[in-house]
Design a protein around this ligand. Structure first.
Ligand code: MF3
Ligand code: CO
Length: 294
């Protein structure tokens, strides 16, 4: 087949783990994939498609991922350091039989990313960084439980924030919700990014191009890359079983970013304008999608 992966015989067991014969299970599904490929579409290889067992494993992981963000939400506020957030995330995660995925990931030194104000992503928690009234901060949690990955992030407004900051945070959340409306099985992934980009631009904001969402499940970052500056009708087909994140980074000012921080991680807006991000994780189903973490 198009993906070069082995395909069972008609009477052999299906590749999806259902235990059914291939001809009674994914045979016609695979024929649909092959036809799309022949028609010139970008079709994800079948080893990216999650089985029922995979999805159950990711949901178990996501219980901790959602729980840790709820835990942070109850405690974050003025005077809290980003180091304190890191400790909450680390301790909550390990106490729930899970591992914080960022810790030591490609050398990342902490258990969570905390990105304050003009920091686009990958902010490193620090005891020197005290949250103050008016700050906006993204807390990005990624969790491994029994080998399954979950990943989501939320924005937090510290005390009263400026109307400009509040609007950016709200619009960025709405952009994700609009993007979700464009998630359709057998549709193009580029439809999602196009909707997000249009929504951000309509509010006078810009979308970061260099970072985006990603496939996830058995690894932290799987294919496909999920861009939020795409054209409708382009990109991979959202095949049932495909699992990925929607996590646009939206800037109040220009879309350019500055990656020159000597720590090798912290990304800022080039013009030092405010930036926001929300992240959700989902899996495509036969008739829509299922949100897994948020
Ligand atoms: N959590 C980020 C994401 O949404 C990735 C962070 S990479 C890390 O994909 F090393 F900083 F953890
Ligand atoms: Co992510």
């Amino acid at each position: 087949m198009y993906d070069g992966l082995p395909t069972p015989g008609r009477n052999d067991e299906c590749w999806c783990g259902s235990g059914k014969k291939y001809k009674k299970c994914h045979l016609s599904f695979d024929e649909r994939l092959e036809a799309l490929y022949e028609a010139g579409e970008e079709v994800p290889p079948r080893d990216l498609l999650k089985t029922a067992e995979d999805i159950a494993g990711v949901k178990h992981s996501a219980e901790v991922n959602i729980g840790v963000l709820d835990y942070v939400a109850e405690r974050i506020g003025p005077g809290v350091t980003t180091e304190q957030i890191d400790q909450w995330v680390h301790d909550y995660t390990v106490e729930h039989d899970a591992i914080p995925a960022p810790l030591n990931y490609e050398g990342f030194p902490k258990s969570v990313c905390t990105s304050v104000n003009e920091v686009v992503c990958h902010g490193i928690p620090s005891s020197d960084e005290v949250l103050k009234e008016g700050d906006i901060v993204n807390v990005d949690c990624s969790t491994i439980r029994d080998g399954y990955f979950s990943d989501s992030s939320r924005m937090f407004c510290i005390g009263e924030v400026s109307p400009e900051a509040a609007d950016l945070v709200r619009v960025t959340k709405e952009a994700v919700e609009e993007g979700l409306k464009a998630v359709k099985p057998w549709g193009h992934l580029g439809d999602v990014g196009a909707v997000v980009n249009e929504y951000a631009k309509a509010h006078g904001y810009s979308v970061v191009r260099e970072f985006g969402g990603h496939g996830i499940g058995l690894e932290f970052h799987e294919d496909p890359f999920v861009s939020f500056v795409t054209e409708p009708g382009t990109g991979p087909i959202m095949v049932p079983g495909l699992m990925f994140t929607i996590e646009p980074m939206i800037n109040a000012g220009a879309q350019e970013i500055d990656m020159s921080d000597p720590n090798g991680w912290t990304v800022r807006t080039e013009d030092r304008s405010l930036t926001a991000q929300w992240e959700v994780q989902l899996v495509i189903t036969e008739d829509g999608y299922e949100l897994l973490s948020w």
